[in-house]
Design a protein around this ligand. Structure first.
Ligand code: HEC
Ligand code: HEC
Length: 341
């Protein structure tokens, strides 16, 4: 009886909504509720089938991430450049690598990398597992020979224990180093920010100024054209007109005109904590970033058609900045692991 009753009630509701409010679904998805729904956080971290999560893998990956033994001179770890205290970046306009050489690009954050489709500013790596072995061997970065690294790790009893817990019965190899670090990286997720609380229904979680800013972000300033979804990135590549000579994604896709000077859209999570900005570290404050998008960029053939420019009055600009600040979460302090020796 209860089932029949609920089906009848459901039927009446559907009939009611289609008769009296034919646009119910359309208006909900075009209104503020529908807009907010596009920014809802995912329920869980995606781990790939080829490298499923385990506690032992995460533990090993964390130790490796913080261990300078990964570099030839044993003086540089992943965390040297991807420092949790600096939004998993290094606070520099361009990274400093082996022999203190200044590298060509800024260190990007690794928060929310579990969701990244392609990695690096130019998208040259397809998985975190594959990416790990890049900086370890890169002449300008950790400058490490992989065979030497495996010899070094295998000689340390603490590492043998960690590896056999994470990968029972397997020999220590570069592939396992990649799998362990990638697993740890996937656990580095920006936690609940005021914006998330607002999106999921707490109206007081952000100020009314920030709410105005959200509308500007999605409207007049058109930021959402590229900074979409919960992590505020479309995972795409665009030329936003920066003066840098770097050709970006065109090094991978030379035939596609729009990929010249195109770089991966970064997440805007915890953006306040991650200055300076852009692949070349050329913009030092968020205030200046907003001015840049308004009218600071050069027009050229490869410029994204979504770069239309705009002018905001002082209040609108303040509102947009207030919104960007709501994307910061107070993440748990990261403890440093003891390094096996
Ligand atoms: C010398 C500084 C430095 C070190 C050391 C370093 N990185 Fe990076 N990392 C960078 C820079 C710079 C980039 C961007 C380079 C590019 O796009 O060409 C980058 C990019 C990345 C990315 C891509 C992020 C994204 O969203 O596209 C990941 C992931 C990453 N590094 C992880 C690591 C890991 C893991 C280690 C240790 C094995 C490491 N890095 C060591 C500077 C460094
Ligand atoms: C056409 C796509 C597009 C639009 C529109 C756009 N962005 Fe971006 N944004 C990008 C890309 C791509 C980058 C990286 C560019 C680079 O480094 O060369 C970026 C970088 C940034 C950065 C620096 C992130 C970092 O980690 O260094 C901030 C902040 C930012 N955008 C904010 C905004 C705001 C605010 C708006 C709206 C006013 C906006 N963006 C509009 C694509 C876009």
């Amino acid at each position: 009886l209860f089932r029949t009753l609920s089906i009848v009630i459901l039927g009446i509701l559907i009939a009611y909504s289609s008769v009296f409010s034919p646009n119910l679904t359309a208006s909900a998805s075009s209104g503020i509720a529908g807009l907010k729904a596009k920014f809802l956080r995912p329920g869980e971290i995606p781990f790939p089938e080829e490298n499923p999560y385990s506690v032992a893998k995460e533990r090993l990956g964390k130790v490796l991430f913080f261990d300078p033994i990964l570099s030839e001179k044993n003086n540089m770890s992943c965390a040297t450049c991807h420092n949790p205290g600096l939004g998993w970046e290094d606070g520099l306009p361009k990274a400093i690598g082996f022999n203190m050489d200044v590298l060509g690009r800024k260190t990007p954050t690794i928060i929310n990398a579990a969701w990244a489709e392609l990695l690096m500013w130019d998208g040259r790596f397809e998985s975190l597992e594959e990416q790990v072995l890049g900086p370890i061997q890169a002449a300008g970065e950790m400058h490490q020979d992989l065979e030497d690294l495996i010899v070094e790790l295998s000689a340390i009893a603490g590492y043998r224990t960690l590896f056999s817990a994470a990968f029972p019965g397997e020999k220590i190899s570069p592939e396992l180093v990649g799998k362990a670090i990638a697993t740890y990286e996937r656990t580095i997720v920006s936690s609940i920010a005021p914006f998330d609380r607002w999106v999921s229904g707490d109206d007081d979680a952000i100020s009314s100024l920030a709410k105005e800013g959200f509308n500007i972000f999605n409207g007049k300033a058109n930021c959402v054209a590229c900074h979409a979804s919960w992590a505020l990135t479309d995972s795409g590549f665009h030329d936003i007109g920066l003066a840098s000579k770097d050709i970006g994604r065109a090094s991978e896709l030379p035939k596609i005109k729009a990929m010249k000077h195109a770089f991966k859209t970064p997440t805007l999570r915890n953006i306040v904590e991650r200055a300076p900005y852009m692949h070349d570290g050329s913009i030092t404050t968020l205030d200046a970033v907003v001015d840049y998008y308004g009218n600071g960029f050069a027009k050229r053939e490869s410029l994204s058609p979504e770069m239309k420019g705009f002018s905001l009055n002082a209040r609108e600009k303040k509102a947009l900045l207030a919104f960007l600040k709501t994307l910061s979460s107070v993440d748990e302090a990261v403890s440093l692991p003891l390094l096996p020796r």
